[in-house]
Design a protein around this ligand. Sequence first.
Ligand code: KDG
Ligand code: MG
Length: 411
Amino acid sequence: MKIERAEVIVTSPNRNFVTLRLQTDDGLVGLGDATLNGRELAVVAYLKEHVVPLLLGTDASRIEDTWQFLYRGAYWRRGPVTMAAIAAVDMALWDIKGKAANMPVYQLLGGASRDGLMAYGHASGPDLPSLFDSIREHQEMGYRSIRVQTGVPGLRAIYGIAAQSALDGGEERYDHEPARRGAYPTQEDWDTRAYLRHLPTVFEAVRNEFGPSMPLLHDGHHRMTPIQAAKLGKALEPYDLFWLEDCTPAENQEALRLVRQHTTTPLAIGEVFNTIWDFQTLITEQLIDYVRAASTHFGGISPLKKVMDFAAQYQIKSGCHGPTDISPVGFAAQLHVGLAIHNFGIQEYMPHGARTNATFKQSMTFENGMLHPGDNPGLGVELDVDEAGKYPYEQAYLPFNRLADGTIHDW
Ligand code: KDG
Ligand code: MG
């Protein structure tokens, strides 16, 4: 079973996606997601120039060996571009192995540990009435767990609030599809003290309106210092959050020690992490409760399974990153892992747009708030190459933040 063809396909049905398509000499096709939001073409070049030539003619059944060859053999380790490229190869090889075995990938990972995966959706609004409407809309879609993001009085536009870009005259929703296109990123506002004053009042209102039982989540988008994050975690304790995500910039693992000393609000981190080493202190010192790694940015299915097995020894669960900039292929990859591992926690799920779903045919289902990857052999995603060809790449960037005095701030 040798790799005979390897193509890198860039398509932008509703937003940009980079897909590696491998074909074996016995006709099996495997897909891998290499999408790195806002830096997509760097991964395309990495794959085309430095990975595809090394793959042709190699044995498609050797997933672990190929992963180690690409990781160790390059000498230059880690980083989002490298790890997204390796992820795509790893996923495509698991897809091929599943098709060769005539089994869905989760069966190859040990079989199902549960019937389905609890998903959370993104509710947001610039004010309470629109936030409540958004929560109700998500409940009608079937979600039972909801991420709550809100506008902050005095701030014009902040990341994570869908309706705010519409109020601004934009027609897009922040990280829904279609993506914001353009040659320069949009500038947004930030003020941490105003946010810290406002957010607990929002969670109090949401609990009063929707009751105590619904799992509620919140994403801090790396915006706080450790002491600010500790203060927020403490202030949110009465509202029983499922998790507070990315409360501080994720590079500084030691920062979480201080946060942890002050609050029992569960913590989730790691959507921008690329390797198990980025979690080492966080896991061994039990400084977090949920691992946010995404198969696409973490080197694929193989390392995602390893970090989750490591985390399991410390009662830490999964909460894989699942925004729309993870393609249906990358999303399926982490559903297979989530179904198989014992320490699944929750799965973020933002539905893709109609054109994306027409380009990537998926066996995945979402019913009554639960996801399932389906039982098709492999990952369960087929790429319609003709459809993909209709949507060429369009430059698109994530927004960025400035404080009132013009200083760039984390978001
Ligand atoms: O590409 C980055 C976005 O997907 C990210 O900002 C979304 O924070 C995010 C989340 O939790 O989904
Ligand atoms: Mg996040």
